[in-house]
Design a protein around this ligand. Sequence first.
Ligand code: ZN
Length: 94
Amino acid sequence: MRATQCMRNSVVTFSYTPAVGQMRAIARVARNYREQALKIYPWICGRGGREFTHANLRELTVHHRDHDHDNIPPDGSNWELLCLYCMTTNISRN
Ligand SMILES: [Zn+2]
């Protein structure tokens, strides 16, 4: 009886751990592609033309042109920098 209980516990632990690791990996990728995009592109909103500095950079978001967040080409061609205002407008239009 005790051995069965042990097995069950270890299975639960095993299946849970990779999921947490995966979540962390996704969060890390999300942070990385934003940094990548900010290195490649000038800090200007692609729609409104508003310029950004370190002071308000958090209002500048990375938009995926094809809406596929997993499509991350190394040259950044799937990205577009948009301010929060244009991002919201853009999403509601599509
Ligand atoms: Zn804008």
